[in-house]
Write a protein that binds this ligand. Structure first.
Ligand code: SAH
Length: 245
């Protein structure tokens, strides 16, 4: 999602735990600017407990008397709601924001506005916003816990930035054809020795096993492991001695 100069605005939150959990979600997603409009005690023990390592966000949160005041310096304002009953505003599903906001520069000062736990945002507050979004739900209730709604919205904004930060899974080089054929020969020697292959079935079993190995695309480590297992089986069953005779 493009805009990345983000802040969270909570309007009249009444549960200190929700403010703390919001701070935690913000820290998880790399945000620090928390704005609170007429909040309950956001530095209470409960709030700090829910914030865990993000108490620093609570400490520097800024307090406002109205939503209009909290948004004064913002250029893009996004309202969130569990209910999409408003007559005058067309709500988007959260995932539709990506296309809507594609043209906004990343540095656009953007506020994400969340409402009261028991009654959401008023119509007047919704009128201060440019976009109105809802997180689609599937159960009987569409109303999420406030801090969980914050986390989901922030994740939607940040998820496209994660790509590069994941360390690639370390893999060994893919085995070459010579190593694969050696592996197959080795297994089939054992299968012969233990009389697993019924007369006339060698070719079809060879094809099936080749197909399995072809799909598995083993790397050199896999081949070494299989060869080690086969060696041990041969030793345990006395097959090596038997073949040498
Ligand atoms: N009873 C209220 C729900 C408030 S939940 C109502 O019906 O409006 C508190 C806040 O969490 C909401 O104001 C909104 O900001 C956010 N929220 C909860 N569920 C949401 C959802 N499904 N989609 C978007 N925001 C949601």
């Amino acid at each position: 999602m493009n805009p990345l100069n983000l802040r969270v605005v909570l309007v009249e939150p009444t549960q200190p735990g929700n403010i703390g959990a919001t701070a935690r979600a913000m820290d998880n997603m790399g945000l620090e600017d928390l704005r609170l409009v007429n909040p309950c005690d956001h530095l209470s023990d409960e709030s700090v407990k829910f914030a865990t390592n993000a108490a620093f966000i609570l400490k520097k949160a800024t307090i406002y008397k109205s939503l209009a005041e909290a948004l004064a310096d913002q250029k893009l304002v996004i309202a969130t709601s569990a209910r999409v009953r408003e007559k005058f505003h067309s709500f988007l599903h959260l995932h539709q924001l990506k296309d809507e906001l594609a043209a906004f520069p990343r540095e656009t000062p953007t506020a994400l506005v969340f409402g009261r736990e028991n009654s959401g945002l008023t119509n007047q507050e919704i009128c201060l916003c440019n976009y109105w979004i809802t997180i689609p739900t599937f159960g009987k209730s569409s109303s999420l816990n406030l801090a969980q709604a914050v986390l989901l919205v922030l994740y939607e904004f940040r998820k496209f930035d994660f790509k590069e930060s994941l360390a690639p899974f370390e893999t060994a080089p893919v085995a070459n054809s010579h190593q694969i054929e050696y592996l197959k020969d080795h297994l089939f020697k054992i299968l012969n020795d233990i009389q697993f292959i019924r007369p006339g079935k060698y070719e079809s079993l060879w094809s099936s096993f080749s197909s399995l190995i072809g799909r598995a695309k083993p790397d050199e480590r896999d081949v070494r492991m299989m060869r080690g297992i086969f060696n041990k089986i041969e030793l345990s069953l006395g097959l090596k001695k038997k073949r040498r005779k």
